[in-house]
Design a protein around this ligand. Structure first.
Ligand SMILES: Cc1cc2nc3c(=O)[nH]c(=O)nc-3n(C[C@H](O)[C@H](O)[C@H](O)COP(=O)(O)OP(=O)(O)OC[C@H]3O[C@@H](n4cnc5c(N)ncnc54)[C@H](O)[C@@H]3O)c2cc1C
Length: 292
């Protein structure tokens, strides 16, 4: 395992991590980003972003990821494509490990976003798992399939719109209340390839030949894929019990920073994540160089 020392470690190259890194670079502060997948984070699942200032016609999530990659290249950001498996704090330093590196840093920025909420109350047979997804990135190019999406919020509706171009979509809501914002609801209602089913709770999912079969109280359906879009939780699994126990103090002491979706509960938005990243870098600059 190779050893690496960096002043500031950033976990995650989504919009929060990239914004923080660009601003740190502008201040001339040495730092390193670690990213387990690709630049852009959850944006690679987003259909159409209408609320990011400066894009009046809206912009596709994949395009924002591409622009973030260009931004990272332009600023020669120091990104290691490696998953941080653990992070601990000892003797005034953070110690991170990945498969390839043992990393020491004096400040740690956590920009790791979220993970899917666990599915409860549904019996899923193990063979069915290869047709069940928690986001849509790997399904974006499929065609002529019948896809079920469980959920009633923005993500479920957004996924339905992305996949409806060349597929038939069924949106399953266990109750009647829709939590998605009105523009998404309107687009879904106007789309002939999307059918909404309320009061539909899935009880079991099993694989039947090359399709999924699932059962509700009243019916049995067959589909090609099923996506659970039932909410997300902050992704902090790699933090040691020691860091979690002392998290508030480490934050108050300006050693540890949590930015973007990992810290923003239900205010998970691109502009907020990017703003958090810039603000965090400015705070680090004040600590390193004093305020201007
Ligand atoms: C379907 C959908 C539609 C959306 N539409 C909009 C919209 O219209 N407008 C809007 O403003 N926002 C929208 N968003 C929200 C937006 O995508 C997020 O708010 C934003 O991506 C959060 O950025 P982030 O950097 O905090 O986290 P993320 O984008 O989640 O990035 C976190 C990064 O950290 C990496 N990571 C995690 N753990 C580790 C680890 N241990 N080691 C290394 N790397 C790690 C991940 O791989 C990921 O790349 C949408 C989201 C979704 C899912």
């Amino acid at each position: 395992m190779k050893e690496l020392k960096t002043d500031i470690g950033i976990i995650g190259a989504g919009p929060a991590g990239i914004a923080c890194s660009v601003q740190l670079k502008r201040f001339g502060i040495e730092h390193t980003i670690f990213e387990k997948e690709s630049i852009g984070g959850m944006l690679k699942n987003a259909n159409w972003i209408e609320n990011y200032p400066g894009y009046p016609a809206g912009i596709n999530g994949i395009e924002v990821c591409e622009l973030l990659k260009q931004h990272a290249d332009q600023f020669h950001l120091n990104i290691y494509f490696d998953e941080i498996l653990s992070a601990d704090y000892d003797a005034g330093k953070f110690h991170l490990t990945s498969e390839n590196y043992s990393v020491e840093c004096k400040r740690l920025v956590i920009a790791s976003g979220t993970k899917p909420k666990p599915v409860t109350g549904v019996e899923i047979f193990p063979e069915a798992n290869e047709y069940i997804y928690r986001d849509i990135y790997n399904l974006r190019n499929i065609k002529n399939k019948e896809i079920g999406i469980v959920g009633a919020g923005d993500a479920a509706f957004d996924y339905a719109l992305t996949l409806a171009g060349e597929n038939k979509i069924h949106l399953y809501n266990k109750g009647e209340q829709i939590k998605a914002i009105p523009p998404l609801v309107k687009k879904v209602q106007e789309n002939d390839n999307i059918e909404c089913h309320s009061n539909t709770s899935i009880l079991t999912v099993e694989k039947l030949k090359k399709r999924l079969q699932f059962q509700t109280i009243e019916d049995i359906f067959q589909l090609d894929y099923l996506i659970f879009a039932i909410g997300r939780l902050p992704l902090k699994d790699f933090l040691s019990p020691n860091i979690l126990l002392h998290q508030n103090k480490l934050v108050a002491d300006d050693k540890l920073f949590l930015i973007g979706d990992v810290a923003n509960e239900n205010r998970r938005q691109l502009a907020i994540a990017a703003g958090n990243g810039i603000e965090c870098a400015m705070r680090i600059n004040e600590l390193e160089h004093g305020s201007y």
